[in-house]
Design a protein around this ligand. Sequence first.
Ligand code: ADP
Ligand code: MG
Length: 736
Amino acid sequence: MLKLKNVSKFYYNKGIIASGFTKVNLELKIGEFVVITGESGSGKSTLLNVISGLDSYEEGEMYINGNETSHYTEKDFEDYRRKYIANIFQSFNLINSYTVYQNVELVMLLNGYKKHKVKKKILDIIDQVGLTKFKNTKVSKLSGGQKQRVAIARAMVKDTPIIVADEPTGNLDSKSANEVIEILKKVAKDKLVVVVTHNIEQVEQYATRIIKMNDGRIIENTEIKKITDEPKPQESEYNNISIFNKYRLGVRNTFNIATKFLLLFAVFFFMSSAILAEYSSFQMSEEEVADEGYSIAFRDLSENRILINKKDKTSFTNEDYDKIKLLSNVDYIVEDDVFLDSGVSIARDDINFYGNMLDINNFTGNIDIGRMPENEDEIVLKISKDHFYINEMLDEILNKTFSVLKSEGRDGFSDEKVKDLIIVGIQYNEDNFDYDCKYYVSKSLLNELRSVMNKNYSNMKIFLNNKYEQYNVEPSYKVESGKVAVDDELKYSFKNYRILNQPLNIYVSNIYYEAELDLSITNTYTKSNFKRLTGLDKYDYNRYTIFVNIDDYNSLYNKPSYQSSVFVKDAKMIDETIQELENLGLTPKKVTDFKMNEGEIYKRIIKIIKVIVTIILIIVLFFISYLIIKIILKSRNVYYTTLRMLGATYRNVKRILDIELFVNSTLAYSVLMLFIHAVKSNIVNLEHIAKLSGYLSVREYVLMYIILIAISRLISAKFARKLFKNTAINTYNEEV
Ligand code: ADP
Ligand code: MG
């Protein structure tokens, strides 16, 4: 079965060559019970390791079943070990955190056996070594003799043709030692057993061959009983460990040592907290910079405001608004959003307020002074509590009639009064420093004012006699619909002075819509018929004024909303809401996009720094956690080299470790998520963390989780590579 011809083993250690054993010649057959003795340092262990394929040799040739092995790769020896070899060690090499059953089962799982198929066999073997009572006891609780019996059970269960035992009784009292040897002898039937021992008397009666070593050489090789015809070795069958069993082991390892579990958990927990905290702090400073800024076109630059128009440029209908209100993130809609952006002055004697008109239907909260409006011309004024008028002149305001002043352009006002209204209620502004006020007015008043606004902001062009001209257009109830009355003098610009029945078009355009009136000239006025035709006093006579029917005139400006504003509940989700609005056939735009922002450049710089710092942090944290995890896992080196000696490959070890770190990091991350959730829903009161977490969205949480898993996989790959850099026994020796 095994033949060694002039085999030598050298150790190279920092330039010094030491000899393990020299020029060993040996032939061992199945059926033999070989006992090796010799002083400490004589090369017994080295020989056993070479025989079991755990270590390499430098000179000579070892034959396995007649095959040369000097060209064998690490993989070939792995294969050989799995088919032929079971090892028993002086120091047991058991997994202390596993039970007796789990230790024996481990070797079966690693060699691809199904869990349920091996149960009977394992229990049977545990019974043979007399440990049935302890099958569910953790190995760390057993005595030395019991431990070695577990190791023998583990060696037996795979039924390999060769069992190699290096001083199996070295750590045992004589009674336990005798028991162990007896079991070994029982197992030895039809196998090749090689035992190293100092205590030759213990094994003498069983030995078929006794070998004595001294200073790396065999000085005595006595065959006590000759094996004539060697039985053919029964190669032990093996497969790769199944994926399912890798998971089983990975999960088992996650929890089997409490301190290790908690330490790893803490590393993952703090690593993800650190990255999330850093990222959200940057996000926060970015938004704070973004908050500074202004816009000429829009007065209300709230970050939760979205401007909407319809894609087909038509006006909004109630069905449109109903659909928008169904979106989950929509707080409320301001249908006449022109009032958000154009200030309106209301005045009475010397008192003058400036602010925005809002629909009373959007009023929330309580009235602080006075009452809610009951009529269409009654309004609520929302204003700072510290405002001078409120402090000093409340009596001049409440229940008094004010006039809306016609504005001139966006922010200027003329004295012309458009409409009267009465302030019946006052609500204090939460923000004391905001001196602008808000007027909550009835819907019908808003409609009326909107047409005034539309008129103020529109351009008007008149098309007459094939060219565009600027004329003053006035409404008149005397002119019939579709008709127009013009100054008689205009006829001179027409051929043959034929002005009657000539077409006249009025075009109105503003940022929201375009409107047109197709009219025909039916009357021309002179000073004498001016009053009869227009209904106006003759003192109002004004050349180049065009008079149209009052309803026609109003139809140019009395338009429904072409632009509205949607206010969202959560500004962090504004992009999702914009997408949903787009799907409804609208063209939504964030009002903040219209900001002229000096902060823009800082924002960009912060963004770049954020990305760089985040990457650096991830890299630094990777190495820190690798170091910490390496220290934590160092105690696990023995475990993993034991796995390796039992038949686990690099990929197996990496995957089992992967799964352990995956389970642990996922648990740590879930706990972190629960913690953040608790903070957000005020179960735990931590203001700063709540604020920071507000800057993180689902996307970032998912990304963080992916990074965490990636880091833990990198760590397990790095660790596994290190474990397999050397021969199994060297790695093992390094760690013990
Ligand atoms: P034994 O098991 O008989 O006590 P070993 O096989 O352990 O002896 O050692 C044989 C010789 O090889 C000793 O001289 C020992 O110092 C040397 N040796 C063993 N392992 C190593 C190693 N990893 N590096 C260098 N020398 C070693
Ligand atoms: Mg030894």
